[in-house]
Ligand binder design. Structure first.
Ligand SMILES: NC(=O)C1=CN([C@@H]2O[C@H](COP(=O)(O)OP(=O)(O)OC[C@H]3O[C@@H](n4cnc5c(N)ncnc54)[C@H](OP(=O)(O)O)[C@@H]3O)[C@@H](O)[C@H]2O)C=CC1
Ligand SMILES: O=C1OC[C@@H](O)[C@H](O)[C@H]1O
Length: 358
């Protein structure tokens, strides 16, 4: 069965560009199982929308003969050619934009972090249930083939033996002091700081690699944390979380906007083997190696597909919507809530308060 999904892309910025790259590449490669069509770009300016289409080479030849409309945000939500809205705007805008999309009967894929806190996340989850529309947080990391493979190796084949510790560091030098204070990385009103932006991935790797299950089926764990808050910006650019599961295994989860992290960015230690992962961008798990204490041949993997990696979550969304599912099994809404609750707790422990919390 062939599936065609009509996308509306909200926000003509960085991540929306990377996302549509993969949709167009999918069509260029002639995938006959799933076609993704970009129907509309919702943008604050027509000129920016036009530049977005040109710079991302969205053409009728790679978009099923469709040139996307460029629409204001209000026109965009009302576009009846759009099945699913992709939200690629700064964190604090997500909640109201998900509500607007759902109120217009659209399905929604919303960038991470889903919202600023778990109370807001729960509110939009309840609305999606009421409106009977598909809703998912765009935690693309979970959908890479490497992750499916690793879950099999670790939890079914148990190639690492008993898991003891996980180290994950998502760190890059964002040159914070030279960014304008209005940047979404710095501005507390735009959800600035590292925890919600990149610390969320360190937590996600722990959830993927230390627990076979997701959401309501998750194993019990506890966390302790430190955030260092910037005196002027009042947000965190350095974050460390310790996680301990009931069976004793631990996650040491860090992130920073002050320094480029070292490779491998991730190490998972088991009783008989060790997993290491490399990536230019740790959100994007394209390369891993498993080595064994007894010097058995290592297992190595590299994704050379040419995709940024967003196609994997986009295909999952297309299949779910075609099957009339309201949420995804790999990234269910209960997992979104669980991770939001971890971040709420970390912020409460360290006094990081956003306007949305008040
Ligand atoms: N999955 C991933 O790997 C990544 C996810 N993200 C997530 O995507 C979201 C957007 O990040 P990113 O694309 O880097 O951000 P950008 O600043 O590059 O783009 C955001 C876009 O949102 C729109 N926008 C609407 N209101 C505002 C506002 N007040 N300030 C700034 N932009 C606004 C603008 O588009 P317009 O003018 O066209 O309306 C802007 O271009 C974040 O929530 C982030 O966490 C980001 C990077 C990687
Ligand atoms: O999701 C993300 O991943 C890559 C980072 O560079 C970016 O700031 C963040 O939003």
């Amino acid at each position: 069965m062939s599936i065609t999904l009509n996308w509306g892309i909200l926000g003509a910025g960085n991540i929306s560009s990377q996302f549509v790259h993969d949709l167009c590449l999918n069509n260029e490669k002639g995938n006959n199982e799933i076609k993704h069509i970009v129907r509309s770009i919702g943008s604050s300016s027509k000129g920016k929308g036009q530049y977005f289409i040109e710079s991302n080479c969205i053409k009728s030849s790679n978009n099923e003969d469709v040139i996307p409309a460029i629409q204001s945000y209000d026109e965009f939500f009302a576009n009846d050619q759009v099945d699913v809205v992709y939200i690629g705007t700064p964190h604090p805008l997500h909640k109201d934009q998900v509500i607007q999309a759902l109120e217009n009967n659209k399905h929604v894929l919303c960038e991470k972090p889903f919202t600023i806190n778990s109370v807001d996340a729960n509110e939009i989850i309840q609305l999606a249930k009421k409106k009977k529309r598909f809703l998912m947080e765009a935690v693309w990391t979970r959908f890479f083939p490497s992750i499916t493979l690793l879950k099999e190796y670790i939890f079914e084949d148990k190639v690492l033996g008993k898991i003891n510790r996980l180290f994950v560091d998502f760190a890059y030098d964002a040159d914070i002091e030279n960014l304008p204070i209005s940047s979404r990385l710095r501005d507390i009103k735009l959800g600035g700081g590292s925890l919600l932006d990149i610390g969320i991935y360190s937590i996600t790797y722990a959830r993927i690699l230390l627990d076979e299950n997701v959401g309501t089926d998750a194993a019990n764990f506890e966390t302790k944390s430190f955030l260092t808050l910037d005196n002027v910006d009042k947000v965190d650019y350095t974050s460390s979380i310790l996680m301990k599961y009931v069976d004793g295994k631990q996650g040491i989860l860090t992130c920073s906007n002050y320094t480029d992290g070292k490779e491998p960015f991730l190490r998972l230690e088991g009783s008989i083997g060790t997993l290491e992962m490399w990536a230019e961008n740790p959100a994007c798990p394209k390369k891993f190696k498993i080595t064994f204490k007894d010097n058995t041949d290592p297992i190595e993997y590299e994704d050379n597909s040419g995709y940024n990696g967003f196609i994997y979550e986009a295909d999952a969304v297309a299949k779910d919507i075609a099957q009339k599912k309201l949420e995804n099994n790999t990234m269910p809404l209960s997992e979104t809530l669980l991770v939001m609750e971890i971040m709420d707790k970390v912020r409460a422990e360290n006094g990081l308060i956003y306007p949305e919390d008040k």
